[in-house]
Design a protein around this ligand. Sequence first.
Ligand code: NDP
Length: 273
Amino acid sequence: MDTITLNDGTTIPQLGFGVFKVDPAETERIVSEALEVGYRHIDTATIYGNEEGVGRAIAASGIPRDELYITTKLWNDRQSDAPTALKESLDRLGLDRVDLYLIHWPAPVHDNYVTAWKSLIELREAGLTTSIGVANFLVSHLQRLATETDVVPAVDQIELHPAHQQPETIAFARKQGTAIESWGPLGQGKYPLLENPVITAAAEAHGKSAAQAVIRWHLQNDVIVFPKTNHRTRMVENFDVFDFELTDAEFAAITALEAGGEGRVGNNPDDSV
Ligand code: NDP
């Protein structure tokens, strides 16, 4: 598995498995299947309501803890209370530390995210999380953390797929040493990416599926990516992306699908509450 080295010197598997909208009642089975398929990086969040299922799958797997990479996230209404929120997440996950803890959204209307970030710095120092980062932070939010604290996030997890690429955020983050994670990498099935002829042509040229071509585009874009699926056949498909490379022309043609705000499938972070 390819890894990305973060600005704190740790490494993260570049391809993982996301569990947004995975039914809590199904999560243990689905994450267990993902671990059987070979995924070692799981991206969950308190708000998904399925940390317990993730934890049960980890416990049942017998996989050594240091071979797994587990991310969870601080929900918006706990930004003033991160230490308790992380301890509750660890209890649900059955872990004594996570690998990565993220502020889920800036929720700028509450003006609490700098306070939350200072708490995450302390939680990292206490060993309850190995790395710390943010999600859905735009340039203005990253700038405030840089001005008001002396720790730069290890990652910024943002909506990112060929139709919504957020180039300004990526450029700013990378310049300060923050790695990019893409959420909604397949357009969440809401944006018609997998039917797009540019993508299907690239996929066919390599005997691969459209989803595999899009995941490959993320990998070649040097971002960390964790597509979600409830289906084992798709878990296998989404993991089988290391035996081909998009050509420069294919990569450029997919990059040209950028649709700016029209391509966004999630919320605008500035409006997050
Ligand atoms: P994705 O872009 O991963 O899309 C998931 C959708 O694509 C599902 O409908 C799934 O259907 C379908 N799909 C998966 N694989 C295939 C395939 N091979 N062929 C066709 N369709 C496929 O969206 P997510 O929102 O789940 O993003 C990934 C992860 O990012 C999340 O699970 C979560 O961990 C994280 N995330 C973070 C957010 C944040 O605010 N920080 C916000 C949203 C997501 P099916 O399940 O039926 O197979």
